[in-house]
Design a protein around this ligand. Structure first.
Ligand code: SAH
Length: 360
């Protein structure tokens, strides 16, 4: 399991994807072709601001140059295979990649704006017992352009009839895959989304979610980008976490908590801990107290998630009463806690479920 694979998506013999270029890479690329550097700003903003996916649409770029770019490079262009509408403005997309694989992305509408939950890998290696993403195993890393394009496609999808706040303003790397196992491409995608020549999204509106790849968490703390780190904890003790999340055997809870504290210390950002309540597994009062003990004194926030039952896994979600009891114990211990609004159960929005159903 590598945490440092750059996963830039460029292999020898494969044309580079200009959607995955940072602004300065775009400049180097065009300057090398003998073009003035302002062309880079033009091409970058065609892709990221105006959301075009073909060179033909870049009307202020001379035709001869468009042809030359097309000869040496490509532009990722995900295809919307299906779009499912759920409650409260949630839209779940199944997006086709150039090689025939597909990924899921979810657009969620909140009072404060629109958030995109995007995938970073096709499949997943982590094997969490309750998660659908890894059921079919790992296929491949996404390139940065393929991560960014999930956001661009959501924006384009709403462009013909934009509603107030319908453009993506928040991005969470919480779809299929482990972002810190595809570190280079994930961080690069966030930098591209942040670029002022493009979507100009604030790092403070981005979240990286991890099952606990400790070296990647530490590296992210030093990256100099103030994104929110979200740790998928789901169990307060090593015994239990070992059972439901194999990664815990490699990076057990004490190391995980140390890395999370390091992240909070370095970035000044409160770390979020995700805790999916699984009936009879991790939802008892004892576990709530253990969790409170684990997080006491930390710059942390707990997000309780009602488990999305996955057919293949046989786990059930906790009842509402159990959830509220768990919530109350944390609250009483003064641990900041919220229960995640349930989005998408009606549209298989959770974690690889749609892809499993349609794309094998
Ligand atoms: N690999 C990363 C990001 C993708 S998973 C991570 O582990 O954080 C996104 C979140 O969904 C994680 O918190 C994950 O534990 C959670 N999740 C996975 N399967 C789930 C399910 N069936 N119900 C609810 N949450 C689930």
């Amino acid at each position: 399991m590598s945490t440092s694979g750059e996963g830039a998506g460029s292999k020898p013999g494969v044309k580079p994807d200009i959607k995955g270029f940072l602004p300065d890479e775009m400049r180097d690329f065009l300057v090398e072709m003998g073009e003035p550097s302002y062309r880079a700003t033009q091409v970058f903003s065609w892709i990221h601001r105006k959301g075009v996916s073909s060179l033909d649409e870049m009307t202020n770029i001379p035709l001869a140059l468009r042809r030359r770019i097309g000869e040496v490079a490509r532009i990722t262009n995900l295809e919307i295979i299906s779009r499912r509408l759920g409650a409260e403005g949630t839209v779940k997309y199944l997006l086709g990649l150039a090689d025939g694989n597909c990924v899921e992305a979810v657009r969620m509408k909140y009072g404060y704006g629109t958030s995109a939950c995007v995938s970073t890998q096709v499949g997943c290696k982590m094997g969490c017992a309750f998660c659908a993403s890894g059921v079919g195993g790992f296929v491949r890393n996404l390139g940065p352009g393929e991560i960014v394009d999930q956001v661009l496609k959501m924006n384009a999808d709403f462009a013909p009839a934009p509603q107030e706040g319908s453009r993506v303003g928040w991005v969470v790397l919480m779809g299929t895959g482990e972002p810190l196992d595809n570190y280079g491409a994930s961080v690069k995608a966030l930098r591209i989304l942040n670029a002022k020549e493009g979507l100009n999204l604030s790092f403070r509106r981005m979240t990286v979610s991890t099952c606990g790849l400790v070296p990647g968490m530490r590296r992210l703390a030093e990256e100099g980008i103030p994104v929110t780190l979200s740790v998928s904890l789901h169990a307060p003790t090593d015994d239990l976490r070992d059972e439901i999340m194999p990664i815990n055997k490699r990076y057990p809870i004490p190391e995980l908590m140390e890395a999370a504290s390091f992240y909070a210390g370095r970035t000044g950002r409160r770390v979020t801990f995700e805790y999916a309540l699984i009936r009879g597994v991790n939802d008892g009062p004892e576990q709530a107290s253990q969790l409170a003990g684990l997080l006491r004194g930390m710059l942390a926030h707990v997000n309780l998630i009602p488990l999305n039952p996955v057919t293949e896994k046989g786990f059930q979600r906790s009842s509402r009463e159990t959830t509220m009891r768990f919530f109350a114990i944390l609250k009483r211990a003064r641990i900041p806690v919220s229960v995640r609004r349930e989005l998408g159960l009606d549209i298989d929005a959770a974690c690889g479920q749609l892809r499993r159903r349609y794309c094998r």
